[in-house]
Design a protein around this ligand. Structure first.
Ligand SMILES: NC(=O)c1ccc[n+]([C@@H]2O[C@H](COP(=O)([O-])OP(=O)(O)OC[C@H]3O[C@@H](n4cnc5c(N)ncnc54)[C@H](OP(=O)(O)O)[C@@H]3O)[C@@H](O)[C@H]2O)c1
Length: 248
């Protein structure tokens, strides 16, 4: 039988990039909501210590670099009971207009993490999610998946690629009873956006909206006022929005 929604208390979750920012808040909220187990995955498990100190033993540290296939396969071998995967790990490595970049190394790092990392995680965990259904896959994308910001153009491109893949993966996994949720906030108050002076949404609001989607069946989540306003402007007149964002 195809089940379209899940209860958090029935989940065994794995969160990538769990040591700080949005990922850390996912772990905290999942644990607080009574998830059976939460694998808190990070490149350096020592960086998870402050988080683990305050949380119950249902939170389990896991070493995972999403750009390293051996590390992904090892994590999939350990976390074979997962029915909620949160692809959260991400980087912004190239700042500034494309033509002003000295090289494309940062742009490649963004693609490796934000796009190929998400794909490799999905490749490794799709059979696990299907086996443990009903399941869910949450991809932490960005409003820049839909609307390109000129000063983080290559990051926007990596998040657009991830959204395109997410839509296709959703169709692919639906018959296996795995729901796929895209989370697309504007600026969020984390290290990643520390130099941004515009209003930022709190990590708690992003995660609350994402977890609500697991329970109510929403597929695309736009947490915060900035994401909602930009999405409205995009659908109203995307060329006017493009002109407005030029130079930002
Ligand atoms: N902040 C924003 O304004 C904003 C807006 C929209 C979407 N997002 C997205 O939200 C997600 C979380 O970002 P954040 O805002 O929480 O940023 P953050 O505080 O900079 O955290 C990024 C996390 O990703 C991890 N990470 C980076 N590369 C990794 C890799 N190769 N393997 C495993 N983990 C890796 C980092 O681990 P280390 O500590 O080891 O570096 C860190 O835990 C990202 O996908 C980001 O693109 C952020």
């Amino acid at each position: 039988m195809i089940v379209t929604t899940m209860n958090i208390s029935d989940t065994v979750a794995l969160v990538t990039g769990a040591n700080r920012g949005i990922g850390r808040t996912f772990v905290e909220q999942l644990a607080a909501a009574g998830a059976k187990r939460v694998y808190a995955a990070a490149r350096d498990t020592a960086s998870l210590e402050p988080l683990l100190r305050d949380l119950p033993r249902t939170v389990v540290p896991l070493r995972l670099d999403v750009t390293d296939n051996a590390s992904i396969d090892a994590a999939a071998g350990i976390a074979s009971d997962v029915n909620l995967l949160v692809n959260n790990a991400g980087v912004v490595s190239a700042l500034g207009p494309v033509t002003a970049l000295a090289d494309l190394d940062g742009a490649r790092r963004e693609m490796e993490t934000n796009y190929f990392g998400l794909l490799e995680m999905t490749r490794a965990f799709a059979p696990i999610l299907a086996k443990n259904e009903p399941s869910a896959l949450i991809n932490v994308l960005s409003i820049t998946s839909i609307i390109s910001f000129p000063r983080i153009a290559t990051y926007s491109a990596s998040k657009s690629a991830a959204l395109a893949a997410t839509r296709a993966i959703r169709a692919e996994l639906k018959p296996k009873n795995v729901r796929v949720i895209a989370v697309m906030p504007g600026f969020v108050d984390t290290d990643m956006a520390r130099t941004v002076e515009q209003p930022k949404v709190a990590t708690a609001d992003v995660v609350r909206a994402a977890l609500r989607a697991i329970e109510d069946g929403t597929e695309d989540v736009y947490p915060g006022e900035q994401a909602q306003t930009l999405l409205g402007a995009f659908f109203n007149d995307h060329k006017a929005l493009e002109r407005e964002l030029a130079g930002t």
